[in-house]
Ligand binder design. Sequence first.
Ligand code: PSU
Ligand code: MN
Length: 304
Amino acid sequence: MHNYLVFSAEVQAAREAGKPVVALESTIISHGMPYPQNVQTAKEVEQIIRDQGAVPATIAIMNGKIHIGLSDAELELLGQSRDAIKVSRRDLPYVLSTGKLGATTVAATMICAGLADIKVFVTGGIGGVHRGAETSFDISADLQELAQTSVAVVCAGAKSILDLGLTLEYLETHGVPVVSVGQEAFPAFFTRDSGFRADFRLDTAQQQALFLSTKWTLGLQGGVVIANPVPEADAMPGTEIEAITRQALDEAQQQGIGGKAVTPFLLARIKELTAGRSLHTNIALVKNNALCGAQLALAYSRLS
Ligand code: PSU
Ligand code: MN
C-alpha cells in the first residue's frame, strides 16, 4: 500500500518529528475555483496552517502515486490543468493505474488521509444528498466515506444546492456525528444558518479533540463533520443565494447534467450568477476552516 504514497519533504519531516499534519483536498482547486484564485487560495490556506504550528498536506494523484503534500509547482500544475479528473472513491484505482492527473474529493481525500495516518482534514463544503435524490438517486460518496473512514472533516457545512435535511438524516443513519462550532445551527456554506441544528456544539479545539479521541478509542470507526460557519462579515444574503441556487438547479436539469458533473456545474453557475461574490465567500470560509482545523490537529496531537 505504501508504494502508492509519496510524501512531500515538509510532510515527511513533520511525520518524523511527530508534528500534526492537516490534509487538504484538491477538487476544490481543480473544479471548485477558477485559476489563478484557486492556486493563490491553496497557498494561503497552507500558510495559515503553518502559522498555527501544524503542517499542511494538500492531496492529489499524479503519475500513479498519491501525493501527500504538493510543491508550489504541483499546485500550479493542478490549478491550471483543464483535464484533471475529479477523483472520488470509485475513481481512485483508475486514475492511479493509468497514471492520470487526479484531484481528490472529500471522499478520496479522506481515504488518502487515512492511509497516511492524518486525522484532520480541512475543506470548504462536503457533498451530500442532492435535491430530488428520490428520483435521481444522487447522493455524494462523501457521505458513505464519512460513515466508514476515521477522519475529521472541517467544513462550513454543505451548500444548499443539496437537500440539507436529507443529508443530515443520511449522516445520522450512518452514525456520523455533526458537530457545529460556535453556534447550534448547522451552517449552509454561504450562510451561517441552514435552518437545521447540528447534533452537538463544541466550541473549542480541546473539546473537539476529546470528542474525536473518545469516538475512535471506543472503536467507533468513521468520520466526524466539524461544521464551522462562515464569518459573519463574509456570509452571503440567504434569499439571494436561494434564488440563484434554484436557477442553477433548473439549468442543470434542462441541460441534462448528471453524475459527477452535477456538483461542479452548480458550483460554477453559482459563481457566475453572483458575479464572483460567491468566490469571495468561498475563499473566506476555507481560510476560516484552515484556522479551525490547524487548532484541532494541534489539540488532538497533544492528547495522543
Ligand atoms: N461542495 C462545495 N465545494 C466543492 C465540492 C463540494 O461546496 O468543491 C466538491 C468536493 O470535492 C466534494 C465534491 O467532495 O465536490 C462532491 O462531489 P459529488 O457531489 O459529485 O460527490
Ligand atoms: Mn453525485
